[in-house]
Design a binder for this molecule. Structure first.
Ligand SMILES: *Cc1c(COP(=O)(O)O)cnc(C)c1O
Length: 411
């Protein structure tokens, strides 16, 4: 780096620091941060594991000691355990633009992908033998879809989301897509792609893992058929907290689960040998819910009370814009390249930077309190959770990144 560059970047640092403080002072969500257990580092990995809301441990303690320890079996009724999957689904619903009664919280995302893809193939009916799967997908979705295809006699067609319209045809049964690409942070066109899938007579299944809690999804508005998502990323439900399954009301009667456990039976305590599915979102249940994780998630969702998803989206875009501006100002040209789209319409709530020595850079960032993650081989991934990341955090993360890169001459 030349003398001039150093001088420019020093004055740039001051400007950006001032700007960060102004943005924090004007941030309508700034008060949310104190609801979370955070240290004085910068946590940019909430897209892998959301931070703990401070009130949650006491609530979980009550679940363990009173609901389980004292009430025992009575809690299935008296503490609302039995109805938790649908009740918590209805709490998540407004965050993804769904009316009540269409979301059930249950199992992992992987398991819900299986339920959704098989059920969607059954809804699509005979004569359609292709399942289109996002070729850039988070691996579990691809693995599960491939197994679902083998079981149902379909063929997997891997396709980049942008190429889906051209790949659709009379043989397409199901299209499984990610709303936001977990690696690049690219936001895909859910309304447009869903409309294209429907025009071809196929069924659209969306994975919302990297969008729910960070941006508006509009499941009902855009006519999505089925959707799945996890709750431990932007929804802060805790490690391994159960995922959710959305089945649009118009498909509920035809939703034929490949995992029809007793919990999804119309009369679960009838204990009859024959299966008869429950009505509504309960049809997506399988077996006994993991109550402790489920109620941990329910408590965690309190941080959304009074928060609108549009405000979250506005802050998310401002955070990622500001991070890109700080990186541009601080990091020597050519050391990192953003693989996250600059257009707002194509950006989720993360920034992914390609960097040749990413594998040695990320541990050094973590050592200095800036926690992002590495997506091998060469991507530094930073997630921006609008409820608890501020603009001064963003400025600091970019500054520390520039320092680490200056010490690490690159490979
Ligand atoms: C995080 C994530 C998952 C996680 O699936 P689990 O079953 O919870 O391990 C699945 N799909 C996508 C797109 C993800 O981002």
């Amino acid at each position: 780096m030349s003398e001039t560059a150093t001088t420019t970047s020093a004055s740039g640092t001051e400007d950006l620091l001032v700007r960060a403080l102004e943005l924090d002072a004007a941030d309508p969500l700034a008060d949310r941060r104190e609801l979370f257990a955070l240290d004085d580092g910068v946590y940019l990995d909430g897209n892998s594991l959301g931070a703990l809301p401070l009130h949650v441990p006491a609530r979980v303690q009550d679940v363990l000691t009173r609901q389980w320890g004292e009430l025992r079996i009575r809690s299935w009724d008296e503490s609302g355990w039995w109805t938790a999957p649908e009740r918590i689904g209805d709490r998540i619903a407004p965050l993804v633009g769904a009316a009540a009664g269409q979301i059930v919280v249950s199992d992992s995302t992987s398991v819900n992908v299986f339920k959704a893809v098989v059920a969607a193939a059954r809804i699509a009916g005979e004569g359609r033998d292709e399942i289109l799967v996002d070729a850039t997908t988070f691996p579990t979705d691809g693995y599960i879809a491939a197994s679902a295809a083998r079981l149902t006699g379909h063929r997997i067609v891997p396709v980049a989301p942008a190429d889906v319209p051209a790949a659709l045809g009379p043989r397409t049964a199901v299209v499984l897509l990610n709303h936001v690409d977990y690696r690049s942070g690219r936001l895909h066109d859910l309304p447009g792609l869903t409309a294209a899938v429907h025009a071809a007579g196929a069924v659209a299944v969306w994975d919302l893992c990297h969008s729910a809690g960070a941006l508006p999804v509009g499941l009902d508005e855009h006519g999505v058929d089925l959707a799945v998502g996890c709750t431990y990323k932007y929804l802060n439900g805790g490690p391994g907290s159960p995922a959710y399954l959305y089945v649009a009301e118009r498909h509920q009667a035809a939703f034929d689960s490949p995992l029809p456990g007793w919990n999804s039976h119309a009369d679960p305590f009838g204990m009859t040998p024959g299966y008869a599915p429950a009505d509504g979102s309960a049809r997506g249940r399988v077996g006994t819910p993991d109550i402790v994780s489920m109620l941990t998630l329910e408590a965690a969702l309190d941080v959304w009370d009074g928060v609108g998803v549009d405000a979250v989206r506005a802050k998310s875009l401002a955070l990622t814009d500001f991070f890109l501006a700080c990186v541009e100002a601080y990091v020597p040209a050519g050391r990192v390249t953003s693989v996250t789209p600059t257009a707002h319409a194509e950006r989720g709530s993360q920034v992914a930077l390609r960097c040749d020595d990413a594998a040695s850079v990320m541990p050094r960032l973590v050592e200095r309190g800036v926690v992002g993650d590495l997506r091998r081989p060469d991507v530094l991934r930073f997630g921006f959770t609008p409820l608890y990341v501020g603009f001064a955090d963003v400025e600091r993360a970019a500054r520390v990144l520039a320092e680490v890169l200056a010490e690490n001459p690159g490979d």
